[in-house]
Design a protein around this ligand. Structure first.
Ligand SMILES: [Zn+2]
Length: 267
């Protein structure tokens, strides 16, 4: 399943699904509101229902990306409580929209030396949210590019994060640009051996060199990763049945390019 992030600013069906149809997306991701604001957009039951019906008709799975301000590792009680409220609302909006998952960034412990404390707090933050959420909507943690005190970016730090969360209902969304920026060699054959619960891949090239800790997506094969390395990453057998989507400047071109990449046969 290969798809794309789509903009839905002008209307879920009118703009979002129009783009999905145009580019041949088999899965889409969207923001349920302004990604740089705490509150997702207000629910509009009629528009939500029209969107759900149109997606069902197309058998098109939908993923909702949570706002960027959410930080599950924040030392500030205010930021943490706002983060939890925003994530809960996003899970609710995802349910309204018939989405299968919500993607949220792993977060940052902000102050050097706080990582262990922030990791230890995760189960009490995340599991109660998942308990209350629609069981049809899976929460996926996305490791970031590794800037500052990011809590999960490399494969090792991501495995630790998931172990700290300790909730089998929570999955992973890996982003190729982020892993590359965090310093990982995407083509390493044993790269994913220590990770479980990979539920989604964001396939993006990077504008910056490996290990840069910068999160600037580039069109596929136009950045510092390149298509051969992306293809080697996608050939990991554990990813054979994992859906993937692009968050690049050129959705239509990159969906077509990804569809041409040879994938392993599911075991
Ligand atoms: Zn991403």
């Amino acid at each position: 399943m290969i798809g794309s992030h789509v903009a839905v600013g002008g209307g879920l069906v009118k703009v979002g699904l129009a783009e999905a149809d145009q580019i041949g997306a088999e899965i889409i991701q969207l923001f349920a509101g302004n990604p740089r604001s705490w509150a997702p957009g207000a629910a509009n039951p009629a528009a939500d229902e029209a969107f759900r019906a149109a997606c069902a008709e197309r058998q098109l799975p939908v993923v909702v990306h949570a706002p960027h301000l959410i930080n599950l590792g924040a030392p500030s009680d205010l930021v943490l409580s706002r983060s939890l409220a925003a994530l809960e609302l996003t899970l609710q909006r995802a349910s309204d929209l018939g989405a299968i998952a919500v993607v949220v960034h792993a977060g940052s412990s902000v102050t050097p030396g706080r990582r262990a404390t922030a990791l230890a707090a995760l189960p009490n933050l995340i599991s109660p949210l998942v308990d209350r959420a629609d069981p049809e909507v899976r929460l996926l943690i996305e490791p970031t590019a590794g800037a500052g005190e990011s809590m999960a970016s490399t494969i090792a730090s991501t495995a630790e994060y998931l172990q700290a969360v300790n909730d089998e209902r929570v999955g992973l969304c890996l982003d190729t640009c982020h892993l590359h920026a965090a310093g990982e060699d995407l083509a390493a054959p044993d790269l994913l051996d220590d990770l479980r619960n990979i539920a989604l891949i964001h396939v993006n090239d990077s504008r910056d060199p490996r290990g840069s800790h910068r999160d600037r997506h580039e069109s596929l094969d136009a950045g510092t990763i390149g298509l051969p390395t992306l293809a080697a990453f996608l050939a990991h057998p554990v990813l054979a049945e994992v859906p993937m989507l692009v968050e690049t400047p050129t959705h239509e071109r990159d969906v077509a390019l990804l569809k041409s990449v040879k994938r392993p046969t599911p075991v």
